[in-house]
Design a protein around this ligand. Structure first.
Ligand code: ADP
Ligand code: CIR
Length: 349
């Protein structure tokens, strides 16, 4: 579809509640339709997913890092609305003093939290996002990332497994165990996230699969720390150690006002997503479960990630806001919310 056809589809949609629909007004569309980034990205690449998938909640991706400025008339109101901020300014990166965390295991009983995961996304400076990336860019980024990963020591030392050459059985097992990504998200597909699949993609992990890095999935890098149970402090410390170490070896794209830049506007800022897989059969059966999560700035997802279903009352619950607060504040927001969620579940037993 051409940009004009995509726009007409969005404009004429009567049952579309996305942030794209809300903020891409006819005036904004007219202003932005002829603009181009230095990588050659246009409004079409940014809005394709939201126009093809009218049920999207956000509906817009950045074709490359510069899109946050070139298409600011639509990007900025989307960022403000999603992250619930009045002004677009992001504090300096601050992971807090990890030797003095005031939390540890969020569920010492082991009854509720199945596993805990914290991740950040990172973008190599000077490269575009998936719609403006070539095969060669993906291969160049893969090489850069893997060279840095190979130097990691101690608990973070591990091995890189490219998707090219990985058997279907291994891919399925790693995906079922919540370690690996796949190419099944239709929003990401429409956005160009799977162009040239599986070239340049892969996963790095340590011996215990508690530290993992996704290469060229939605973002150039997703740095992940995870383990069974509810010990958020251990998971967070590992994530901070890994991220700070990689930041010394690689240069990542950061914006003065917006913080770290990512393909999807929902991750811009800290890019930090902290989640638990938590058993809340009673609370999740309540009609207002989503609203309760929303009240604590949390987002429930199914057990296999975004756009998937819950199994047996187990939900993936994570912090929703990533912009306008520091990394440690984002983790604390999730910690406080999860403690409340568990308290509410107990009160229903
Ligand atoms: P992201 O949080 O990075 O945006 P998704 O929500 O798509 O990504 O989830 C990616 C994968 O991580 C999925 O397999 C999902 O089940 C897994 N995952 C997310 N949170 C947890 C958790 N707390 N424990 C175990 N696996 C998790
Ligand atoms: C959408 O617009 O629904 C998808 N592109 C996913 C948006 C990102 N996820 C989210 O809301 N946390």
């Amino acid at each position: 579809m051409s940009l004009e056809e995509l726009w007409n589809k969005l404009k004429n949609a009567t049952d579309c509640k996305s942030l794209l629909k809300k903020y891409l007004t006819p005036e904004v569309y007219e202003k932005l339709k002829g603009k181009k980034t230095k990588c050659g990205g246009t409004l079409k690449e940014c809005i394709q997913s939201g126009c093809e998938n009218l049920s999207s909640s956000v509906g817009i991706y950045a074709c490359d890092p510069e899109a946050y400025d070139v298409f600011s008339d639509v990007m900025h109101p989307v960022l403000k609305d999603y992250h619930k901020v009045k002004e677009l300014k992001h504090p300096a990166s601050n992971f807090g003093d990890v030797s003095k965390l005031d939390f540890g295991d969020l569920d010492p009983s082991g009854k509720y939290i199945v596993s805990t995961r914290v991740r950040v996304g990172r973008t190599h400076q000077g490269f575009g996002f998936p719609p403006t990336c070539t095969k060669q860019h993906r291969l160049d980024m893969e090489k850069k990332t893997v060279e840095a990963l190979k130097t990691l020591q101690g608990e973070l030392a591990g091995t890189y497994y490219p998707l090219v050459g990985m058997t279907k059985e291994t891919q399925k097992q790693l995906t079922d165990d919540h370690f690996l990504f796949n190419d099944s998200d239709k929003c990401l597909k429409s956005a160009g996230g799977y162009n040239d699949w599986p070239i340049g993609r892969g996963i790095f992990f340590n011996k215990d699969k508690t530290f993992l890095v996704w290469v060229n999935e939605e973002d150039h890098l997703r740095i992940i720390s995870m383990q069974k149970g509810g010990n958020l402090a251990e998971v967070y410390k590992r994530l901070v150690n890994a991220t700070k170490t990689l930041e010394k070896k690689l240069t990542f794209a950061r914006h003065d006002k917006l913080g770290f830049l990512t393909f999807c506007p929902t991750n811009v800022g800290t890019t930090l997503g902290a989640s638990v897989h938590v058993k809340v059969p009673k609370l999740s059966a309540q009609a207002n479960f989503k609203e309760i999560c929303e009240k604590f700035n949390l987002q429930p997802r199914g057990v296999d990630g975004e756009h998937t279903a819950s199994v047996g009352g187990v939900y993936d619950i994570s912090n929703k806001r990533r912009l306008g607060l520091t990394e440690i504040e984002a983790v604390q927001e999730m910690r406080r919310g999860i403690e409340e969620i568990i308290r509410l579940e107990k009160s229903l037993e």
